[in-house]
Design a protein around this ligand. Structure first.
Ligand code: F6P
Length: 370
């Protein structure tokens, strides 16, 4: 295991993490307030969260206050910019849920603050038909098209689109282990798909799940989603159901997915770990056992990548295999690059890339450790 470089903080002027805290978080709050007519007390709490000079802990009566006391040891009372970026982002979303009363006893309990944005982003008939039509292709062509669609979908997360004007199409793969990925998917065992965003990302993910089950490349699929609203568009169990309702009643894909949920070939999982400020190095035993038993675990998205390799200043040439050696079982990362952490590239690979390649959302990677 290479020597660990320091964690990424947000206090470097002009850096990407600084821009997330300074620009993206206020934009996220503004969009939440546009979408839901929250009462004045909620609006005030959200305003105060954005102005907070130093990080305050959760109220002592929050159901997970003890967890956050432990995870946040040494963080409270400091500037949001001076603590690890991964922790700061995670805690921002947890505090946002606290401010909106998501876990409270009042009327806003269980209301997804990002719900209106997610609803507006649900796929339309054209997108569904496009993916449905892939069934007519040869199997290996379907596999390639679905890998590309799953990557493309990841560039469309709502937090990212709040501040990015790009076309949201992946231009180039900076690492492409697609062949190795599909070589691992022939055995009919269990595949864990750790999903990322709802909407335009979850749709190709679901079509991919159907493909894996339909072709026998997976005997079972576990679809892992977030247990609570998180990073704006991250998928919750309710979002999976909303998405399934988008398939027309006569869609064979939709029918098969619903049948797979009913008969257990497809199962949903929403472990609290997925909303914790931790990396996969600290995953709970239940998840570790599931990943160990799976033929392959596919991690979607930028944040899962940061949690897989560690949100640190890794040189890009740090071998992916070494950093993921601890992961219990074969693992694949399918991710549009939307933050600074990238490993597993060849020496000099960056030279031909534009300066903004790590954060533009125009580059993607498929990396596998078998
Ligand atoms: O939905 P994803 O792919 O995990 O991306 C989350 C986004 O949020 C960030 O954490 C920044 O807020 C980036 O890593 C990325 O742009």
């Amino acid at each position: 295991m290479p020597v660990e470089p320091p964690p990424i903080l947000s206090n470097v002027p002009g850096s990407f993490p600084e821009s997330v805290l300074r620009d993206r978080h206020p934009a996220i709050v503004a969009r939440v307030l546009e979408g839901i007519p929250y009462e004045p007390a909620v609006r005030e709490r959200l305003g105060r969260l954005l102005q907070e000079p130093v990080i305050e802990p959760l109220p002592a009566d929050a159901h997970d206050a003890a967890d956050w006391d432990r995870w946040g040891e040494g963080m409270y009372g400091r500037s949001w910019y001076d603590v690890p970026f991964l922790w700061a982002e995670n805690f921002f979303y947890r505090r946002l849920l606290d401010a909106t009363g998501y876990y409270g006893p009042g009327p806003w309990r269980g209301i997804d603050p990002f719900g209106p944005q997610k609803a507006a982003d649900l796929p339309g008939a054209a997108e569904l038909a496009e993916l449905d039509a892939l069934q007519d292709l040869q199997e290996d062509e379907q596999a390639a098209a679905l890998t590309a669609a799953a990557l493309w979908g990841n560039s469309a997360d709502l937090g990212f689109r709040l501040v990015s004007q790009g076309s949201h199409r992946v231009d180039e793969l900076v690492a492409d282990d697609t062949k190795a990925l599909w070589a691992l998917l022939r055995g009919g065992g269990t595949v864990c798909l750790v999903a990322d965003n709802a909407g335009r990302e979850l749709l190709p993910d679901l079509v991919l799940v159907d493909f894996l089950l339909r072709t026998g490349r997976a005997g079972k699929v576990e679809l892992h989603v977030k247990p609570a609203p998180y990073f704006v568009s991250d998928a919750l169990p309710a979002d999976v159901l909303d998405e399934l309702r988008r398939f027309p009643p006569d869609s064979a894909v939709g029918q098969r997915l619903r049948a797979a949920l009913r008969d257990g070939a497809l199962s949903l999982h929403a472990d609290p770990f997925y909303c914790a400020p931790l990396t996969f190095h600290e995953m709970p035993q239940d998840l570790a056992s599931r990943f160990a038993a799976a033929e392959l675990t596919v991690l979607k998205g930028d944040l899962n990548y940061r949690r897989l390799v560690g949100d640190r200043h890794w040189p890009v040439t740090t071998p992916f295999e070494e950093l993921t050696g601890y992961f219990p079982g074969a693992v694949a990362a399918l991710r549009t690059v939307k933050s600074d952490v990238v490993v597993g590239l060849g020496a000099g690979a960056e030279r031909s890339l534009p300066a903004s390649w790590r954060t533009s959302g125009a580059f993607a990677l498929v990396q596998v450790r078998g």
